[in-house]
Design a protein around this ligand. Structure first.
Ligand code: PLP
Length: 449
């Protein structure tokens, strides 16, 4: 179906979106879902009206990720380049499955992946796959790790990570036929001697005949944003002869901030690395990247077929290496975003977000009533009340829910080292220290003191 007005409608939609859902709106402005559904069910509607309904009703009854008060989750507002990329992707609607179907797109995908490899100076050692995000990247990585040791009995297989690994690790383990008993979670955080804990676990595994296939290092923990000790994890992986996977789905923002990001000198030792542009590069969902060492055999997902995937075209058909068959052309929006923002654009964006997190951390340190977790490695700041006099027996989670119901500041909570913390994820460069102070003032209104 072609509508001659489509370009005008798209530009109006983009224009209205920036008007209705702007930076200073609260995260939630309108939440009468019954009314919204009633209006939405009045079909059929001409395209222009449908677009208006979407913007005015759906747009305003959803979380406004553009709001600078919206600091609960790892959601970035997509750039204009990313939005335009989405439209082009839908318009072309090409499938990134076999080269024949979308030759230019496959080439584009490779060129985008080279960009990621160059940023990390891994172009000669690693290759890349575009995925739908960290969950699928982690799943493919764990599958490859397990496949590297095909003759090991599943019951003895061990995956080592910290307690703060993302939930997708356990999910991936289940999908590849393992269970919670195959995952050894080491406590992480300040209160533990990490090196001692990991070595103790290694001894136990070796003594019990366990077979470690993978060590996972979380580069930017989901709760606290902290970067784990990659050097220690590399040494452990080497000692055990295990696959080293770096889950940098979130922490990859640090790769962009500066060339001398933490552990830059040893990242090349990783067998695989997850990086989520949809969390770190102002790209809309879905956009994930998995980088895998060239020396590893990544074709273990490959299943030949007579209709598409053949031996003859093996190297060019990325369908061989992916879980998904039909895959959107995510490379278009990544390519556009890279060209429009450029490395300098990403650098200053990443720096700005991390700086805001550091300023807020300083503010917490200066405050009377709150104490921060650690100095933020990434743009997540966690803090908690100094004493229970503030909220009495009420959990921080309940306080957060009360705050959420006001529709104004929006942040989350996380359990770190057995303690509850408020958690702010800074994804908007307009979030300011002043706004943080006003958020604290809102918190005070729930105080029992
Ligand atoms: C460290 C880490 N890994 C993996 C994921 C999963 O990523 P996705 O939601 O893109 O599947 C997340 C999501 O928050 C994460 O924080």
């Amino acid at each position: 179906m072609h509508n001659p007005d489509i370009v005008a409608i798209v530009s109006e939609v983009l224009h209205s979106l920036t008007g209705v859902i702007n930076e200073s709106s609260p995260p939630f402005s309108y939440r009468n879902n019954e009314y919204a559904l009633q209006l939405l069910n009045d079909a059929p509607v001409p395209l222009r009206n449908a677009a208006d309904i979407m913007i005015n009703i759906l747009g305003s009854s959803h979380l406004n990720i553009r709001s600078s008060f919206s600091t609960a989750h790892m959601v970035q507002s997509p750039s204009d380049a990313s939005l335009v990329g989405d439209i082009i992707t839908s318009y072309l609607n090409q499938c990134s499955f076999i080269w024949e179907e979308a030759p230019a797109s496959m080439e584009l995908e490779q060129s985008v992946l080279s960009w990621f490899l160059e940023i990390l100076s891994l172009q000669y050692t690693h290759q890349g796959l575009i995925t739908s995000g960290g969950t699928i990247s982690n799943l493919i990585a764990l599958h490859l790790a397990k496949e590297k040791y095909p003759h090991r009995s599943l019951g003895k297989v061990r995956i080592l990570c910290t307690e703060d690994r993302h939930l997708s690790i356990e999910r991936a383990a289940r999908i590849i036929g393992l269970s919670a008993s195959n995952i050894h979670c080491i406590p992480s955080g300040l209160s533990q001697d990490q090196s001692w804990c990991w070595r103790k676990f290694c001894d136990e595994i070796e003594d019990s005949g366990g077979v470690p296939v993978s060590v996972i290092s979380t580069y930017g923990q989901t709760g606290s944003g902290q970067i784990e000790d990659l050097e220690l994890h590399k040494n452990i992986a080497e000692r055990l002869g295990a696959w080293l996977h770096v889950d940098a789905a979130w922490g990859a923002g640090r790769f962009l901030k500066s060339m001398d990001f933490p552990y830059a000198n040893i990242l090349a030792s990783a067998d695989s690395i997850s990086w989520d542009p949809h969390k770190t590069m102002s790209v809309s969902y879905p956009a994930g990247v998995l980088l895998v060492k060239k020396s590893q055999n990544i074709s273990s997902l490959s299943v030949p077929s007579t209709y598409a995937l053949s031996e003859a075209s093996r190297a060019q058909d990325t369908g061989h290496f992916h879980l998904e068959g039909s895959r959107p052309l995510t490379a278009i929006k990544l390519w556009l975003n890279i060209k429009v923002m450029g490395l300098e654009g990403f650098r200053s964006h990443a720096k700005q977000l991390h700086d805001i997190a550091l300023f807020i951390y300083d503010e917490v340190v200066k405050s009377d009533g709150y104490v921060p977790y650690q100095l933020p490695h990434t743009n997540i700041v966690c803090f908690r009340p100094k004493s229970c006099r503030y909220f009495g027996d009420v959990s921080l989670f309940d306080i957060r829910q009360k705050l959420f119901a006001t529709g104004r500041p929006y942040f989350s909570t996380a359990e770190i080292e057995g303690q509850e913390y408020f958690r702010m994820v800074i994804t908007n460069p307009h979030t300011s220290v002043e706004q943080f102070q006003s958020m604290l003032a809102e918190l005070e209104s729930f105080s029992s003191a």
